[in-house]
Design a protein around this ligand. Sequence first.
Ligand SMILES: NC(=O)c1ccc[n+]([C@@H]2O[C@H](COP(=O)([O-])OP(=O)(O)OC[C@H]3O[C@@H](n4cnc5c(N)ncnc54)[C@H](OP(=O)(O)O)[C@@H]3O)[C@@H](O)[C@H]2O)c1
Length: 253
Amino acid sequence: MQLKNKVVVITGSSSGIGQNTAIAFAKEGSKLVVNYKTNKNGAEETLRQIKKTGSQGLIFQGDVSDENTVKRLFKKTLEVFKKVDILINNAGWPTPGYLEETNKNHWLANFNDNFFTTVLCSKEAVTIMKKQGGGKIINTASIMGIDYGGREGVIAYSAAKAAVINFTKTLAKQVAPTILVNAVAPGRTQTPYYDQFDKKTIKYFIDANPIGRMINPEEITEAFLFIAKNDALVGSVVTVDGGYMLKFGKSFK
Ligand SMILES: NC(=O)c1ccc[n+]([C@@H]2O[C@H](COP(=O)([O-])OP(=O)(O)OC[C@H]3O[C@@H](n4cnc5c(N)ncnc54)[C@H](OP(=O)(O)O)[C@@H]3O)[C@@H](O)[C@H]2O)c1
């Protein structure tokens, strides 16, 4: 698929991987829908960068774990850009906790931000893309969602990302070849999420990556671009983890 003039909706594109990816698609000539939940300044910066490339974009504020908000997001996209070629389900955030520290609300928060965002946006996109006769959906999983990659301290997030992977593969079977559904599974990537950790913890994260550093958001963005351009990937999970799964896949210690 050529990306010029394609309409691309990216949830959670006010910072980190989503922001970087939105700007990269704009550089390819795509038209962007920038979604954010709380970070208005970040979303405005994304739009500024999109416009600098000469491409068009619009900002849609809203929590995409809410069904009505998701319907409004796609209604607005169709009003302005008339179609949806690519949906990138990127919104997500880990709320940490070991099982004994969690309650049902904790699990719901993780599943809302990381799984139901993906399900609800995909449902709207599939309806639109079927009518159009084509489209692509790219979900954002995580190494934490891959077999043996789940971590005890983010047990609910790990389960939610595993659900994203299963959902990706199952939906891919249903809607191919009209709609191609795939996922990217990032390893530990240097985004604002990591600002909360001290130097010792960051060193631990770096030591777990055989590449000896955190992954750059640009390196995750390249996987989104690759999947968007490639028309033979169906139900794939492209893992960009700096080798993390080789070193830490089976055991934590
Ligand atoms: N960084 C990593 O190491 C890593 C590794 C594996 C997977 N991932 C995944 O990659 C994705 C991006 O992460 P990131 O590191 O780039 O984090 P980030 O910089 O914190 O960005 C997260 C984005 O998601 C948005 N968001 C969260 N919940 C939302 C909701 N319910 N509705 C709408 N927007 C929502 C945030 O919006 P606001 O800030 O505006 O509220 C923000 O734009 C996430 O799915 C994350 O789980 C990241």
